[in-house]
Design a protein around this ligand. Structure first.
Ligand code: NAP
Length: 291
């Protein structure tokens, strides 16, 4: 299958690499062009613009930061929409607004191009190891056709429903994650301030009912007060903004998500926006006088 891939950041680069390793014909494009080089060495073709990356492909995958960035690469100057042929499928795996996703799908439909929203969960580890959870919204037949491709990238591939449904499921994921990070940070702060062996306490609680991906993979960052990427605070804050907007439209109060979004706003203001989202522990540590 000829695949175009736009956005070679923390997630996109290892995902494009997995598609190459699976034997697909992959053309990559990244705004900062040097990031294409390691994939070119592994056999990817390079495209100078999103339009060139989309020309002649069966499937175009986008993995960029935010809603305006997806709009840029699809419909901006030398955008992918100009290159896509009739019947091509765009798979947007970025985490963006469900409402904007529906609008983008309509614009592409006018060019006889299908858009699937397929945001992911599972972090940079999941992208490298091909163990992502992929939440798919849009045309069911297109989803079915691309399932073998999704299975190169993830172990849990779920068709959620019509266009935008994948993004709503991802918003649900980010709301749950927000509360989990904040609660793990509070638990770690309690153990640290009490002077117990926090590593031993971590081992003990990981095996019980409090166990979670965040506790297993990110509590050690919080204990060491070091926050290597991972997933940037500013991107999680962006995701909570999407969730809170969708919740306002649905008339659903989300006080925990709103609280964590405020903690993250403070972290971004204090220069921690490009640290891993486990840096939420900084705010909890500061409040406890543990800094
Ligand atoms: P990242 O490392 O910050 O990379 C962002 C990528 O988007 C870069 O390739 C960047 O290009 C490109 N980009 C941003 N704005 C652009 C624009 N206007 N035009 C063209 N390219 C643009 O982000 P990431 O962690 O890979 O995340 C990508 C998406 O996946 C986000 O929506 C994020 O929320 C989601 N996600 C991330 C994780 C995670 O653990 N990291 C997990 C699940 C989902 P440059 O190189 O030129 O900056």
């Amino acid at each position: 299958m000829h695949i175009g891939f736009i956005g070679l950041g923390t997630m996109g680069a290892p995902m494009a690499g997995r598609l190459l390793d699976a034997g697909h014909d992959v053309t990559v494009h990244n705004r900062t062009r040097e990031r294409e080089e390691p994939l070119a060495v592994r056999g990817a073709a390079r495209a100078a613009t999103p339009r060139d990356a989309a020309t002649g492909v069966d499937v175009l995958i986008t993995m960029v930061s935010d809603t305006p960035d997806v709009e840029d690469v699809l419909f901006g100057n030398a955008g992918a929409a100009e290159g896509l042929g009739t019947g091509a499928i765009v798979v947007d795996m970025s985490t963006i607004s469900p409402a904007a996703t529906r609008a983008f799908a309509e614009r592409l439909e006018r060019r006889s191009v299908i858009l699937l929203d397929a945001p992911v969960s599972g972090g940079s580890e999941g992208a490298r190891e091909g163990t992502l959870s992929i939440m798919v919204g849009g045309d069911a037949a297109a989803h079915e056709r691309l399932t073998p491709l999704f299975e190169v990238l993830g172990t849990t591939v779920t068709y959620v429903g019509g266009t935008g449904s994948g993004q709503v499921a991802k918003a649900m994921n980010q709301v749950i994650i927000a509360g989990t990070y904040a609660a793990v940070a509070e638990g770690v702060a309690l153990a640290l301030a009490s002077g117990i062996d926090v590593e031993a306490a971590h081992r003990a609680v990981s095996g019980g009912a409090a166990g979670s991906w965040v506790l297993t993979h990110r509590a050690r960052n919080m204990i060491r007060n070091e926050y290597p990427l991972g997933f940037r605070v500013r991107l999680h804050r962006k995701d909570l903004g999407i969730a809170l907007q969708s919740a306002r439209e649905a008339g659903v109060p989300l006080p925990v998500a709103a609280y964590v979004e405020q903690l993250e706003t403070g972290l971004v203001a204090r220069g921690h926006g490009d640290e891993d989202v486990s840096a939420i522990a900084r705010a909890v540590r500061e409040a406890a006088g543990l800094e």
